[in-house]
Design a protein around this ligand. Sequence first.
Ligand code: MTE
Length: 333
Amino acid sequence: MLIRNTDRDWNHRLGSEITPAALYHGRRDWMRQVAAGAAGLGLAAWAARDARAQMGTARPGKLSALPAVGSKVAGAVTMEKLTSYQDASTYNNFFEFGTDKADPARNSGRFQTSPWSVSVEGLVKQPRTFALEDLLKLSAQEERTYRLRCVEGWSMVIPWIGYSLAELLKRVEPLGSAKFVEFVTAADSKTMPFVGSGVLEWPYVEGLRLDEAMHPLTLLSFGMYGEILPKQNGAPVRLVVPWKYGFKSSKSLVKIRLTETEPRTAWVKSAPQEYGFYSNVNPQVDHPRWSQASERRIGEDGLFAKKRKTLMFNGYEAQVAQMYAGMDLKKFY
Ligand code: MTE
Protein backbone atom coordinates (compact mmCIF):
# COMPACT_ATOMS: atom_id res chain seq x y z
CA MET A 1 0.00 0.00 0.00
CA LEU A 2 1.19 3.49 -0.75
CA ILE A 3 2.15 5.24 2.48
CA ARG A 4 1.55 8.96 2.10
CA ASN A 5 3.28 11.53 4.22
CA THR A 6 4.01 15.22 3.92
CA ASP A 7 7.42 16.84 4.31
CA ARG A 8 6.31 18.38 7.57
CA ASP A 9 5.27 15.21 9.30
CA TRP A 10 8.16 13.09 8.08
CA ASN A 11 9.45 11.05 10.95
CA HIS A 12 12.21 8.51 11.32
CA ARG A 13 10.05 5.78 12.76
CA LEU A 14 7.91 5.54 9.62
CA GLY A 15 11.00 5.54 7.41
CA SER A 16 12.60 2.69 9.30
CA GLU A 17 9.43 0.63 8.99
CA ILE A 18 9.80 0.72 5.22
CA THR A 19 13.49 -0.11 5.04
CA PRO A 20 14.78 -1.49 8.34
CA ALA A 21 17.94 0.27 9.42
CA ALA A 22 19.69 -3.07 10.01
CA LEU A 23 19.66 -3.75 6.28
CA TYR A 24 21.97 -0.81 5.79
CA HIS A 25 24.55 -1.49 8.46
CA GLY A 26 26.89 -3.35 6.12
CA ARG A 27 26.63 -0.57 3.57
CA ARG A 28 27.15 2.08 6.23
CA ASP A 29 30.48 0.51 7.18
CA TRP A 30 31.48 0.37 3.57
CA MET A 31 30.44 3.98 2.96
CA ARG A 32 32.47 5.06 5.98
CA GLN A 33 35.54 3.55 4.35
CA VAL A 34 34.77 5.29 1.08
CA ALA A 35 34.08 8.53 2.91
CA ALA A 36 37.38 8.32 4.76
CA GLY A 37 39.13 8.84 1.44
CA ALA A 38 36.93 11.73 0.32
CA ALA A 39 38.38 15.02 1.46
CA GLY A 40 35.95 17.60 2.76
CA LEU A 41 33.04 15.20 3.13
CA GLY A 42 31.93 16.71 6.43
CA LEU A 43 31.82 20.21 5.04
CA ALA A 44 30.05 19.19 1.84
CA ALA A 45 27.44 17.19 3.74
CA TRP A 46 26.88 20.14 6.02
CA ALA A 47 26.48 22.46 3.00
CA ALA A 48 23.92 20.12 1.44
CA ARG A 49 21.98 19.96 4.68
CA ASP A 50 22.03 23.74 4.97
CA ALA A 51 20.77 24.13 1.39
CA ARG A 52 17.95 21.71 2.08
CA ALA A 53 17.03 23.53 5.28
CA GLN A 54 16.67 26.70 3.21
CA MET A 55 14.39 24.87 0.82
CA GLY A 56 12.25 23.82 3.77
CA THR A 57 12.66 20.10 3.13
CA ALA A 58 13.21 17.74 5.99
CA ARG A 59 16.15 15.41 5.53
CA PRO A 60 15.34 11.83 6.42
CA GLY A 61 18.74 11.28 8.04
CA LYS A 62 18.56 7.52 7.78
CA LEU A 63 21.08 6.31 5.21
CA SER A 64 24.73 7.30 4.89
CA ALA A 65 25.38 10.84 3.72
CA LEU A 66 26.86 11.49 0.28
CA PRO A 67 28.82 14.65 -0.45
CA ALA A 68 27.03 17.26 -2.54
CA VAL A 69 28.44 20.62 -3.48
CA GLY A 70 25.66 22.32 -5.42
CA SER A 71 25.08 22.22 -9.13
CA LYS A 72 27.41 23.53 -11.80
CA VAL A 73 25.20 22.42 -14.66
CA ALA A 74 23.12 25.11 -16.34
CA GLY A 75 19.43 24.32 -16.28
CA ALA A 76 19.79 21.71 -13.57
CA VAL A 77 18.24 23.84 -10.88
CA THR A 78 14.51 24.03 -10.39
CA MET A 79 12.77 26.01 -7.68
CA GLU A 80 9.80 23.65 -7.69
CA LYS A 81 8.84 22.10 -4.38
CA LEU A 82 10.61 18.81 -3.78
CA THR A 83 8.63 15.59 -3.67
CA SER A 84 8.82 14.21 -0.13
CA TYR A 85 11.47 11.55 0.44
CA GLN A 86 8.70 9.31 1.65
CA ASP A 87 6.86 9.44 -1.69
CA ALA A 88 10.05 9.25 -3.76
CA SER A 89 11.11 6.06 -1.98
CA THR A 90 7.77 4.24 -1.76
CA TYR A 91 6.11 4.96 -5.12
CA ASN A 92 8.50 3.31 -7.57
CA ASN A 93 8.84 1.41 -10.79
CA PHE A 94 11.48 -1.31 -10.50
CA PHE A 95 9.96 -4.33 -12.17
CA GLU A 96 12.63 -6.74 -10.94
CA PHE A 97 10.85 -6.38 -7.57
CA GLY A 98 7.24 -6.41 -8.71
CA THR A 99 4.71 -4.42 -10.68
CA ASP A 100 2.92 -2.56 -7.88
CA LYS A 101 4.35 0.86 -7.00
CA ALA A 102 4.88 -0.27 -3.40
CA ASP A 103 6.64 -3.53 -4.39
CA PRO A 104 10.20 -2.18 -4.85
CA ALA A 105 10.39 -0.78 -1.29
CA ARG A 106 8.73 -3.92 0.07
CA ASN A 107 10.62 -6.59 -1.89
CA SER A 108 14.17 -5.26 -2.31
CA GLY A 109 15.48 -6.05 1.18
CA ARG A 110 17.55 -9.09 0.12
CA PHE A 111 19.13 -7.39 -2.90
CA GLN A 112 22.91 -7.05 -2.37
CA THR A 113 24.46 -3.73 -3.45
CA SER A 114 27.96 -4.32 -2.12
CA PRO A 115 30.45 -5.31 -3.44
CA TRP A 116 29.50 -3.74 -6.77
CA SER A 117 31.25 -2.94 -10.02
CA VAL A 118 30.29 -1.52 -13.40
CA SER A 119 32.07 -2.58 -16.58
CA VAL A 120 32.40 -0.08 -19.39
CA GLU A 121 33.12 -1.84 -22.67
CA GLY A 122 32.39 -2.13 -26.40
CA LEU A 123 33.66 0.52 -28.79
CA VAL A 124 36.10 2.24 -26.42
CA LYS A 125 39.88 2.54 -26.37
CA GLN A 126 40.19 1.74 -22.66
CA PRO A 127 37.58 -0.82 -21.56
CA ARG A 128 37.55 -1.07 -17.79
CA THR A 129 35.64 -2.44 -14.84
CA PHE A 130 35.15 0.18 -12.14
CA ALA A 131 34.62 -0.84 -8.54
CA LEU A 132 31.86 1.28 -7.01
CA GLU A 133 34.41 2.90 -4.70
CA ASP A 134 36.37 4.08 -7.75
CA LEU A 135 33.24 5.32 -9.50
CA LEU A 136 32.32 7.36 -6.43
CA LYS A 137 35.71 9.04 -6.47
CA LEU A 138 35.93 9.63 -10.21
CA SER A 139 34.46 13.11 -10.07
CA ALA A 140 33.09 15.57 -7.51
CA GLN A 141 29.46 14.77 -6.73
CA GLU A 142 26.87 17.46 -7.23
CA GLU A 143 23.31 17.75 -6.03
CA ARG A 144 20.97 18.38 -8.95
CA THR A 145 17.25 18.79 -8.58
CA TYR A 146 15.60 17.22 -11.60
CA ARG A 147 12.03 16.40 -12.51
CA LEU A 148 11.45 12.72 -13.29
CA ARG A 149 8.37 12.28 -15.51
CA CYS A 150 6.93 8.83 -15.95
CA VAL A 151 5.18 7.62 -19.09
CA GLU A 152 2.18 6.70 -16.93
CA GLY A 153 1.49 10.40 -16.33
CA TRP A 154 3.05 11.21 -12.98
CA SER A 155 6.08 13.24 -12.03
CA MET A 156 8.34 13.92 -9.06
CA VAL A 157 11.00 16.53 -8.24
CA ILE A 158 14.02 14.87 -6.67
CA PRO A 159 17.43 16.15 -5.53
CA TRP A 160 19.72 13.57 -7.12
CA ILE A 161 23.40 13.26 -6.24
CA GLY A 162 26.02 12.27 -8.76
CA TYR A 163 27.93 13.61 -11.72
CA SER A 164 27.56 13.71 -15.49
CA LEU A 165 27.88 10.31 -17.13
CA ALA A 166 30.22 12.05 -19.60
CA GLU A 167 32.85 12.17 -16.83
CA LEU A 168 32.94 8.37 -16.85
CA LEU A 169 32.66 7.92 -20.62
CA LYS A 170 35.59 10.27 -21.24
CA ARG A 171 37.84 8.03 -19.12
CA VAL A 172 37.30 5.05 -21.42
CA GLU A 173 37.79 7.07 -24.63
CA PRO A 174 34.91 6.26 -27.00
CA LEU A 175 36.02 5.21 -30.50
CA GLY A 176 34.85 7.16 -33.57
CA SER A 177 32.61 4.24 -34.55
CA ALA A 178 30.61 4.42 -31.26
CA LYS A 179 27.14 5.88 -31.89
CA PHE A 180 25.02 4.52 -29.03
CA VAL A 181 25.35 3.46 -25.40
CA GLU A 182 23.62 0.41 -23.94
CA PHE A 183 22.87 0.22 -20.22
CA VAL A 184 22.54 -3.24 -18.69
CA THR A 185 21.21 -3.60 -15.15
CA ALA A 186 21.40 -6.26 -12.43
CA ALA A 187 19.29 -9.40 -12.83
CA ASP A 188 19.74 -11.67 -9.84
CA SER A 189 16.79 -14.03 -9.63
CA LYS A 190 17.78 -15.06 -6.07
CA THR A 191 17.27 -11.57 -4.65
CA MET A 192 15.02 -9.95 -7.28
CA PRO A 193 11.76 -11.88 -7.12
CA PHE A 194 10.37 -10.85 -10.53
CA VAL A 195 13.51 -11.61 -12.56
CA GLY A 196 12.48 -14.65 -14.58
CA SER A 197 8.83 -13.58 -14.67
CA GLY A 198 7.19 -12.76 -17.99
CA VAL A 199 6.83 -9.04 -17.21
CA LEU A 200 9.86 -8.13 -19.35
CA GLU A 201 12.93 -9.78 -20.85
CA TRP A 202 15.72 -9.72 -18.29
CA PRO A 203 18.07 -8.07 -17.68
CA TYR A 204 16.40 -4.67 -17.99
CA VAL A 205 18.30 -2.94 -20.80
CA GLU A 206 18.07 0.68 -21.89
CA GLY A 207 19.98 2.84 -24.34
CA LEU A 208 20.84 6.37 -25.44
CA ARG A 209 22.48 7.90 -28.46
CA LEU A 210 26.12 8.75 -27.65
CA ASP A 211 25.50 12.53 -27.76
CA GLU A 212 22.57 12.11 -25.33
CA ALA A 213 24.73 10.02 -23.02
CA MET A 214 27.48 12.67 -23.17
CA HIS A 215 25.04 15.54 -22.49
CA PRO A 216 25.90 17.16 -19.14
CA LEU A 217 22.31 16.74 -17.86
CA THR A 218 22.61 12.93 -18.08
CA LEU A 219 23.50 12.00 -14.54
CA LEU A 220 25.21 8.97 -13.07
CA SER A 221 23.53 9.02 -9.69
CA PHE A 222 24.57 7.46 -6.38
CA GLY A 223 22.21 9.21 -4.02
CA MET A 224 19.20 11.38 -3.39
CA TYR A 225 18.20 13.84 -0.65
CA GLY A 226 21.81 13.95 0.56
CA GLU A 227 22.09 10.20 1.13
CA ILE A 228 23.03 7.03 -0.72
CA LEU A 229 20.23 5.68 -2.95
CA PRO A 230 17.68 3.40 -1.32
CA LYS A 231 17.56 0.01 -3.07
CA GLN A 232 14.12 0.71 -4.52
CA ASN A 233 15.49 3.81 -6.29
CA GLY A 234 18.31 1.94 -8.02
CA ALA A 235 21.14 1.50 -5.52
CA PRO A 236 24.02 1.63 -5.68
CA VAL A 237 24.23 3.45 -9.04
CA ARG A 238 21.65 4.47 -11.64
CA LEU A 239 21.09 6.83 -14.51
CA VAL A 240 18.89 9.94 -14.45
CA VAL A 241 17.94 11.31 -17.89
CA PRO A 242 15.62 14.19 -16.97
CA TRP A 243 14.23 15.12 -20.40
CA LYS A 244 13.07 11.57 -21.18
CA TYR A 245 10.31 9.40 -19.75
CA GLY A 246 11.42 7.74 -16.53
CA PHE A 247 11.94 4.28 -17.98
CA LYS A 248 15.12 5.49 -19.74
CA SER A 249 16.72 6.04 -16.30
CA SER A 250 18.15 2.55 -15.72
CA LYS A 251 18.58 1.44 -12.12
CA SER A 252 21.27 -0.72 -10.51
CA LEU A 253 23.65 -0.52 -13.47
CA VAL A 254 26.20 -3.29 -14.05
CA LYS A 255 27.36 -2.76 -17.63
CA ILE A 256 27.71 0.18 -20.01
CA ARG A 257 28.47 -0.83 -23.60
CA LEU A 258 29.23 1.51 -26.49
CA THR A 259 27.85 0.27 -29.80
CA GLU A 260 27.54 1.22 -33.44
CA THR A 261 23.88 0.20 -33.74
CA GLU A 262 20.83 1.18 -31.70
CA PRO A 263 20.57 -1.07 -28.62
CA ARG A 264 17.50 -3.31 -28.34
CA THR A 265 15.97 -2.02 -25.15
CA ALA A 266 13.71 -4.05 -22.85
CA TRP A 267 10.70 -1.86 -23.73
CA VAL A 268 11.33 -1.82 -27.46
CA LYS A 269 11.48 -5.63 -27.31
CA SER A 270 8.24 -5.97 -25.32
CA ALA A 271 6.05 -3.13 -26.69
CA PRO A 272 7.70 -1.22 -29.57
CA GLN A 273 4.47 0.52 -30.59
CA GLU A 274 4.13 2.02 -27.09
CA TYR A 275 7.67 2.76 -25.94
CA GLY A 276 10.07 4.01 -28.58
CA PHE A 277 13.84 4.21 -28.34
CA TYR A 278 13.93 8.02 -27.95
CA SER A 279 11.09 8.53 -25.44
CA ASN A 280 11.67 12.27 -25.13
CA VAL A 281 8.97 13.80 -22.98
CA ASN A 282 6.61 15.28 -25.58
CA PRO A 283 3.12 16.56 -24.73
CA GLN A 284 2.23 16.51 -28.45
CA VAL A 285 2.81 12.79 -28.94
CA ASP A 286 0.18 10.66 -27.25
CA HIS A 287 0.91 7.21 -25.92
CA PRO A 288 -1.33 4.83 -27.92
CA ARG A 289 -3.50 4.34 -24.83
CA TRP A 290 -3.46 7.79 -23.23
CA SER A 291 -2.59 11.46 -23.69
CA GLN A 292 0.83 12.71 -22.60
CA ALA A 293 -0.27 16.36 -22.41
CA SER A 294 -0.64 16.60 -18.64
CA GLU A 295 0.74 15.01 -15.51
CA ARG A 296 -0.02 14.46 -11.86
CA ARG A 297 2.67 15.57 -9.39
CA ILE A 298 3.10 12.87 -6.76
CA GLY A 299 2.20 14.25 -3.34
CA GLU A 300 -0.28 16.74 -4.78
CA ASP A 301 -3.02 14.27 -5.56
CA GLY A 302 -6.49 14.23 -4.19
CA LEU A 303 -9.83 14.42 -5.90
CA PHE A 304 -9.55 18.12 -6.73
CA ALA A 305 -5.80 18.40 -7.33
CA LYS A 306 -5.10 20.12 -10.62
CA LYS A 307 -3.06 18.29 -13.23
CA ARG A 308 0.00 20.09 -14.60
CA LYS A 309 0.62 20.74 -18.25
CA THR A 310 3.52 18.60 -19.38
CA LEU A 311 6.42 20.60 -20.78
CA MET A 312 8.32 19.73 -23.95
CA PHE A 313 11.44 17.75 -23.04
CA ASN A 314 10.13 17.81 -19.46
CA GLY A 315 11.10 21.49 -19.19
CA TYR A 316 14.69 21.01 -20.42
CA GLU A 317 14.01 22.18 -23.98
CA ALA A 318 16.57 25.00 -23.93
CA GLN A 319 19.31 22.54 -22.95
CA VAL A 320 18.52 19.56 -25.19
CA ALA A 321 16.30 20.50 -28.16
CA GLN A 322 19.22 21.14 -30.50
CA MET A 323 20.19 17.46 -30.33
CA TYR A 324 16.96 16.66 -32.22
CA ALA A 325 17.01 19.47 -34.79
CA GLY A 326 15.52 18.23 -38.05
CA MET A 327 14.17 14.99 -36.56
CA ASP A 328 10.50 14.10 -36.82
CA LEU A 329 9.73 13.57 -33.12
CA LYS A 330 6.43 11.86 -33.93
CA LYS A 331 8.30 9.20 -35.86
CA PHE A 332 11.21 8.98 -33.44
CA TYR A 333 9.07 8.88 -30.28
N1 MTE B 1 15.51 0.24 -14.01
C1 MTE B 1 15.42 -1.09 -13.85
N2 MTE B 1 16.55 -1.82 -13.73
N3 MTE B 1 14.22 -1.73 -13.78
C2 MTE B 1 13.05 -1.05 -13.90
O1 MTE B 1 11.97 -1.65 -13.86
N4 MTE B 1 11.97 1.13 -14.21
C3 MTE B 1 12.11 2.41 -14.89
C4 MTE B 1 13.32 3.22 -14.40
N5 MTE B 1 14.48 2.34 -14.25
C5 MTE B 1 13.11 0.36 -14.09
C6 MTE B 1 14.38 0.99 -14.12
C7 MTE B 1 10.90 3.23 -14.80
S1 MTE B 1 9.54 2.65 -15.68
C8 MTE B 1 10.85 4.40 -14.10
S2 MTE B 1 9.47 5.43 -14.19
C9 MTE B 1 11.97 4.82 -13.23
O2 MTE B 1 13.00 3.85 -13.16
C10 MTE B 1 11.43 5.08 -11.83
O3 MTE B 1 12.43 5.59 -10.97
P1 MTE B 1 12.07 5.92 -9.46
O4 MTE B 1 11.38 4.72 -8.88
O5 MTE B 1 13.37 6.20 -8.77
O6 MTE B 1 11.15 7.10 -9.47
